[in-house]
Design a protein. Structure first.
Length: 558
């Protein structure tokens, strides 16, 4: 995968370069990834919809004393060289009147930065760029325009979760000065609102849906594909209202994994065992509790479904190890950047559990003493109901649970790119950590009658060929490692399955496909595009020929 190889609705294929191999991507919700700087961020990070289409209805046009601003779409060349910049004409008005365009974005607490490219039709007029919430106010910057493109930005931090917006125009909004009266013509392009105190690289949006996630977990970018999951604890980044008297919370004490000053400090309120906080949620017999944690004077962190050793896992943040797992609980710890870890506890039991818990301790048995404000930093709490492994962070949650919908990547009508009588499927991909659902990279005629795939099922991989409704080849092999290079080469009377440079199986049965192989899909079967398992793919290749065994060995060697 290449870091720039995606946009809304598309995962780009490096070859062929004419776009015929580009994958359609769907996920009708936000998701998160680890970016190239090691920070957790939402995808897409631009919280505004229709960022280049100021004529769209999501951009409200308002003038309280005269006619509203008029937008002409695609009127001039944008900073990126395309004819996508819009003309905005502000009508006559009175100084102090609201005269501008504004766009609402999802409610959240913390720092945000608004940015947009602007230029004037003539002269050097001043207008304002504002971001605000309707409860506590906002911040603005005076934009002195010229006839050349400039990117303007403004940052505002709020603890409110009321309606929030960005405004471009004469009157900036709550608590800011009025602009001039009179008519004015300007050009605008590339509006963006992102979390944090600096403007991120511009990311264009329409409805903000279906944006692939290229995550940098492990260093190199890979396409992250996950099933639908819900974070049932809220708020996920403000622990001040959580239950439990064993710990004290000081909010916004450190820079969190998302790069902003919104991580809370947790430290013991009393000496004893299992100092922490919890949320009361509906009980279930299977689930995952996870949280991002960092040392702040103490080295042990706890997650679980109650505040005692019967229902928890304990982690040593100095050695990055799981030091205690209660019965029916499995712990895991993942290192991030800047001293942060993500810890998780998976529980499976006939007894229903609730009360997702995050705690701090001084040793592996969970006991703790008060020594000032020494504790741990915490951020991004998550509870995934009826789940058997943790997925990427779903948040932030504020006043309700948040759901991330399933990822799907597929391409139809590409028979010219798929070998009809011979070919090879190759992938470098992580093990699927879902013990139930599989991830399959497959080519087919959109049915299961003519179907070739390499699959990932728990800790095993699988090669499979079905032709004209009959299974020709099926082999399951335990990989034993986390990341694998796997290839399946097919040809009538000559097929082979390779894993990490080693030949796993070969066959010489006749293969005759009764349908045209015309679809590539990342999913459980060819009839659905939804991916129900969990995988991280860094490279996927289709060859129209059956590679030689020597080539297969070289291609799959780690």
């Amino acid at each position: 995968m290449i870091p720039s190889g995606y946009k809304e609705d598309v995962v780009y294929c490096p070859k062929p370069t004419d776009g015929s191999g580009d994958l359609t991507f769907t996920r009708a919700s936000n998701g998160t990834r680890v970016n190239s700087s090691g920070l957790v961020e939402n995808v897409p990070w631009n919280l505004l919809t229709y960022s280049e289409q100021f004529d769209n209805a999501v951009w409200n046009k308002n003038n309280t004393v005269s006619a509203a601003p008029v937008v002409t779409a695609n009127d001039t060349t944008a900073p990126n060289g395309t004819l996508t910049a819009d003309k905005i004409v502000f009508s006559n008005g009175v100084g102090g009147a609201i005269n501008g365009l504004y766009n609402y974005f999802p409610k959240f607490e913390g720092a945000r930065t608004a940015s947009v490219w602007l230029k004037s039709a003539s002269g050097t007029p001043t207008i304002y760029l504002t971001t605000q919430d309707d409860a506590t106010g906002g911040n603005y910057t005076a934009c002195v325009l010229s006839t050349e493109w400039q990117r303007f930005e403004v940052t505002y931090t709020t603890a409110a979760t009321s309606d929030q917006s960005i405004l471009i125009g004469y009157y900036p909004g709550v608590g800011t000065p009025s602009g001039p009266s009179g008519s004015l013509t300007i050009y605008a392009w590339g509006a963006q609102l992102n979390t944090g105190s600096t403007a991120k690289p511009y990311f264009p949006t329409t409805d903000r849906q279906n944006v692939p996630r290229l995550t940098y977990e492990g260093g190199c970018p890979s396409l992250l594909l996950e099933p639908q999951r819900t974070n049932d604890v809220f708020p996920s980044e403000d622990f001040s209202g959580y239950s439990g008297s064993g710990a004290t919370i000081s909010t916004n004490q450190a820079v969190s994994p998302d790069g902003t000053q919104n991580a809370d400090l947790m430290y013991p309120a009393t000496s004893g065992n299992f100092a922490g906080k919890y949320k009361n949620v509906a009980a279930t017999t299977t689930g995952v509790v996870s949280c991002f944690v960092k040392q702040a004077g103490k080295r042990y962190a706890i997650v679980g479904t109650d505040n005692n050793a019967t229902y928890t896992c304990i982690f040593d943040l100095q050695t990055s190890t799981v030091v205690y797992e209660a019965t029916n609980y499995t712990g895991s710890i993942e290192a991030l950047s800047n001293g942060w870890y993500r810890i998780s506890a998976v529980y499976t039991s006939s007894t229903a559990a609730a009360y997702p818990f995050i705690g701090v301790a001084d040793n592996s048995s969970g006991s703790v003493v008060i020594d000032g404000t020494n504790g741990i930093y915490i951020w991004g709490f998550q509870y995934e109901r009826n789940a058997s492994y943790p997925t990427s962070y779903i948040g932030p949650t504020t006043s309700a649970a948040v759901t991330r919908l399933a990822d799907a990547a597929y391409k139809t009508g590409i028979s010219s790119l798929i070998g009809q009588t011979e070919g090879t499927i190759f992938a470098e991909i992580s093990d699927n950590i879902d013990p139930v659902n599989s991830v399959r990279l497959n080519i087919s005629d959109s049915t299961t009658s003519n179907w070739v795939f390499i699959g990932f099922e728990g800790t095993s991989c699988r090669g499979y060929i079905r032709a004209s409704g009959s299974v020709v080849f099926s082999n399951v092999y335990d990989t034993g490692v986390n990341r694998n290079k796997i290839a399946l080469a097919y040809k009538s009377g000559d097929y082979a399955f390779y894993l990490n440079g080693v030949q796993i199986a070969v066959g010489n049965s006749t293969i005759t496909f009764s349908g045209t192989l015309s679809k590539f899909n990342v999913g459980e079967n060819p009839t659905t595009n939804t991916n129900n398992g969990n995988a991280s793919a860094s490279e996927i290749v289709l060859f129209k020929t059956r590679l030689t065994n020597t080539e297969l060995a070289a291609l799959t060697t780690l």
